[in-house]
Design a protein around this ligand. Structure first.
Ligand SMILES: NC(=O)C1=CN([C@@H]2O[C@H](COP(=O)(O)OP(=O)(O)OC[C@H]3O[C@@H](n4cnc5c(N)ncnc54)[C@H](OP(=O)(O)O)[C@@H]3O)[C@@H](O)[C@H]2O)C=CC1
Ligand SMILES: O=C(O)C1=N[C@H](C(=O)O)C[C@H](O)C1
Length: 269
């Protein structure tokens, strides 16, 4: 057990944080060596297992990330963009692999991740599941096979607490479609139509977001042609798929050269 890679979970009291704690401790492949939350969080100072309503796990939730990261071989981070860029610098300082599931990252956040990745391994993806990464590859291939007479729309649905749109997964799928078609997503992207929008622009890639209830995550990539439609769909029913993917990434990252990686690298897709 002592030889297994040690992992720190940031945002441990969150939906994904709790799922990660359960997945890591049940895996037999890694040890949970730290849990981080920000100042003011009610879990600070408590054993994370007890805070989750179960048996003690011997890990106390802290708001001091660096000493925790220094004890770890990997940090798994599903929090918020402002927190993630700070964690990236600290994980690089500690030479720990940083697995980033946080979505809503903007160019300035990516620049901070790029800087940290000069010294450490960062694996970042808007979706860590095997199914969605396969879907992204299929999307790229279908987009490459069709011309711009086929309109591409990405439609996603998530729970009512989600704070960013389009989802990280929708953007991943849009990026895959754009790559397949040989265009830049930034130039083709149309998001959240409302009012007198005018007719659809040929070659654009549209995004629509639904928010409600406890939907874990659903994504359709629609290719709409004349007289026919193709729909590629992924439905997540359980957050363990993301946690399992993140743990797999943390283990894969051990011994890799410093740099930016994604789940396609981890899964060999
Ligand atoms: N890539 C993937 O496969 C997936 C990505 N996600 C993404 O993961 C992120 C988290 O999702 P989810 O777990 O549902 O969200 P939650 O809001 O449930 O959890 C976020 C956690 O991060 C904590 N947090 C925020 N800021 C900080 C900080 N500065 N320091 C320490 N902790 C912090 C929050 O604490 P507090 O309560 O104090 O704010 C909370 O505990 C989102 O961006 C989501 O889109 C989700 C699922 C899969
Ligand atoms: O916030 C979520 O819940 C999810 N976020 C990710 C995203 O933005 O795509 C992944 C998953 O769909 C769940």
């Amino acid at each position: 057990m002592e030889n297994l890679p040690g992992i720190v979970v940031t945002g441990a009291s969150g939906r994904m944080g709790q799922m990660l704690v359960k997945t890591i401790t049940a895996s037999g492949k890694a040890r949970l060596v730290g849990c981080v939350e920000r100042a003011g969080n009610p879990w600070l100072g408590r054993d994370v297992g007890e805070a989750m309503g179960g048996a003690a796990l011997g890990v106390t939730v802290t708001d001091d990330p660096l000493p925790a990261f220094a004890r770890a071989q990997a940090v798994i981070d599903f929090t918020a963009p402002a927190a993630t860029v700070e964690f990236a610098a600290l994980a690089a300082q500690a030479r720990a692999v940083h697995v980033v599931g946080t979505t809503g990252l903007e160019p300035a956040h990516h620049a901070r991740l790029d800087a940290a990745a000069r010294h450490a391994v960062i694996i970042q993806a808007g979706n860590m599941s095997l199914g969605v990464n396969l879907l992204a590859r299929m999307t790229q291939k279908v987009a490459a096979a069709l011309d711009a007479d086929w309109d591409i729309e990405v439609i996603e649905a998530h729970h009512r607490m989600k704070v960013d749109a389009p989802s990280g997964t929708a953007l991943m799928l849009g990026q895959a479609a754009a790559e397949g078609r040989g265009v830049a997503l930034e130039a083709a992207k149309v998001s959240g139509r409302d009012g007198i929008t005018g007719a659809r622009e040929r070659g654009s890639i549209g995004f629509s977001a639904v928010r409600g209830g406890d939907i874990v995550g659903e994504h359709d990539v629609l290719f709409a042609g004349e007289g026919e439609r193709i729909i590629l769909r992924h439905v997540a029913t359980d957050r363990t798929i993301f946690a399992r993917g993140a743990l797999r990434a943390a283990l894969w990252g051990q011994g890799q050269k410093p740099g930016r990686y994604d789940m396609m690298d981890v899964l060999g897709l």
